[in-house]
Structures are given as C-alpha cells and as structure tokens.
Design a protein. Structure first.
Length: 134
C-alpha cells in the first residue's frame, strides 16, 4: 500500500471471500451441509422444507455484513436478526449445529485462513446471541 491509498480502498471481507461468486459458493455449501449432516438435524428441523429462501436471505445478509452490497437491507429493511428468528426455537443444540455447518462450509470454500479467522469470532458471537430457548 502506498501513502496515497486510503483505508476505504482496502479489500473488504466480501472481496476477499471472492465477491458474489465466492459468497454464493459458501452459502450454497452451508445449506447443503445442513441438509446432509445427521449431526445438524435439530438445526435443519427449525428451517422450512425448502432451504432456498433461507440460503438467499443468508447470502443477502452476509453480502452487506462482509462489506459488499447491502442486499438484505435494500430488500427487507434492517436485519434485526434476533427478532426475525424469535419464532424458531434456538437453543444450544441448534446453535452448535448451525456453527458446525458454518465452520465446515467456510473451511471448504474459503482458502484464506486470515479471512476465516476474521469472520468466525463475530459469527460465533452472533449465533449465540440468537439463542431464545434454554
């Protein structure tokens, strides 16, 4: 970086994950794992039969959250994630299973370990914040 480069010109996590294509690869893999893994059954059970709408919303949310286009806000308004998930019973089991799928999909689709390490702590905190059941 030279002295004329500003911080805003630095690549975002969205850029570093591969932009739209990389993020889509991640979200598709995430929901494929949720659908396939027996150890994610409780988490899968709180989702609708088709995971397509859930995958699209996660893609839209993560796009803006990672510094890309704010698709979720443009299409659905402020995320208010906890409020949007109150109807789904989310306890420690569902959180652990969701994170299992997230971590595995991230490891399988994002080669850059520094990007994975930048994303995971915040996602883990967010996932635990979603808990609404004992």
């Amino acid at each position: 970086m030279n002295s004329t480069t500003t911080a805003s010109a630095a690549p975002t996590l969205y850029d570093r994950i591969g932009g739209e294509e990389g993020l889509r690869r991640f979200t598709r893999r995430f929901y494929a794992l949720m659908d396939e893994l027996p150890e994610a059954a409780a988490c899968r059970a709180i989702h609708p039969p088709s995971l397509v709408p859930s995958e699209q919303k996660l893609f839209e949310f993560l796009s803006g959250w990672l510094g890309g286009p704010p698709l979720f806000v443009e299409r659905h308004g402020p995320p208010m994630l906890r409020r949007r998930h109150l109807e789904a019973p989310i306890g420690e089991t569902e959180i652990a299973e969701w994170l299992l799928c997230f971590r595995r999909a991230l490891a399988e689709t994002v080669d850059d370990e520094t990007v994975r390490m930048a994303i995971l702590p915040q996602i883990e905190a967010m996932a635990h914040h979603m808990r609404n059941r004992d």
